[in-house]
Design a protein around this ligand. Structure first.
Ligand SMILES: Cc1cn([C@H]2C[C@H](O)[C@@H](COP(=O)(O)OP(=O)(O)OP(=O)(O)O)O2)c(=O)[nH]c1=O
Length: 203
């Protein structure tokens, strides 16, 4: 089955390639503003679904295909932290995370559209993976230096566990790959069910 990754995130492409999946990338741009009073888990699931729907709508191919999309948000005290707009926002986020546990929620949505006379309705599979991350206490100087490294700018919660941000992380409980952007164990299962080849199912 042909796979399209509906994502502009270089991390998501790298993670998917890591498990031997072949795919094309077609990023979409959607409004990522949470609805008033929207629960974090509902928001994260809605984002993944909307990224996939927008990408499915762009397809003009007659053959069957699957589209994979995901969303990662950092949650602290029920508040959804997305990507920071500027240094002030990043500093506010990182001070909220300093010295405590927060959740990283990553949702994944896979939609498979079949072609031909027996095509039927698209198959939709959605999952949410929640990981607890414990940060050590951060100083304002550290936060400033971290911002200047350029790493926080395009990342939910203003940090990257896979980069310099690793020095802030004392402990994680859950899925490391989900924190980086794609929960690989869950994604591999979803892809196999949709007949997309993953390295451990070949041959
Ligand atoms: C917490 C954390 C997030 N991130 C990244 C993963 C996501 O790319 C980003 C969260 O923003 P998302 O909106 O989930 O993704 P994106 O805008 O980068 O890409 P797209 O919507 O096109 O798929 O933060 C890390 O790389 N490392 C981390 O430790």
């Amino acid at each position: 089955m042909k796979l399209i990754l509906a994502s502009a995130s270089p991390r998501r492409s790298e993670l998917l390639a890591q498990i031997g999946v072949r795919f094309n990338v077609q990023a979409v741009d959607i409004d990522e503003t949470p609805l008033p009073q929207e629960e974090a888990s509902s928001y994260v699931l809605r984002m993944a679904r909307e990224k996939v729907s927008a990408c499915v709508a762009l397809q003009q191919d007659d053959s069957s295909f699957s589209v994979l999309g995901a969303d990662t948000s950092v949650i602290v005290d029920g508040e959804i932290l997305g990507k920071p707009a500027d240094f002030t926002e990043a500093k506010t986020m990182l001070l909220k995370l300093s010295g405590r546990v927060h959740q990283v929620m990553t949702s994944v949505c896979l939609v498979t559209c079949h072609s031909g006379i027996n095509s039927g309705e698209p198959e939709i599979n959605t999952q949410l993976v929640v990981t607890d991350v414990t940060f050590k206490s951060l100083s304002e100087d550290q936060i400033k230096a971290y911002w200047q490294s350029g790493e926080p700018q395009d990342k939910a919660g203003s940090y990257g566990i896979q980069g310099f941000g690793a020095v802030f992380v004392e402990r994680i409980s859950g899925s490391y790959s989900a924190v980086v952007g794609l929960p690989l164990a869950e994604v591999a299962e979803m892809l196999s069910l949709a007949d997309v080849m993953v390295w451990d199912r070949q041959g």
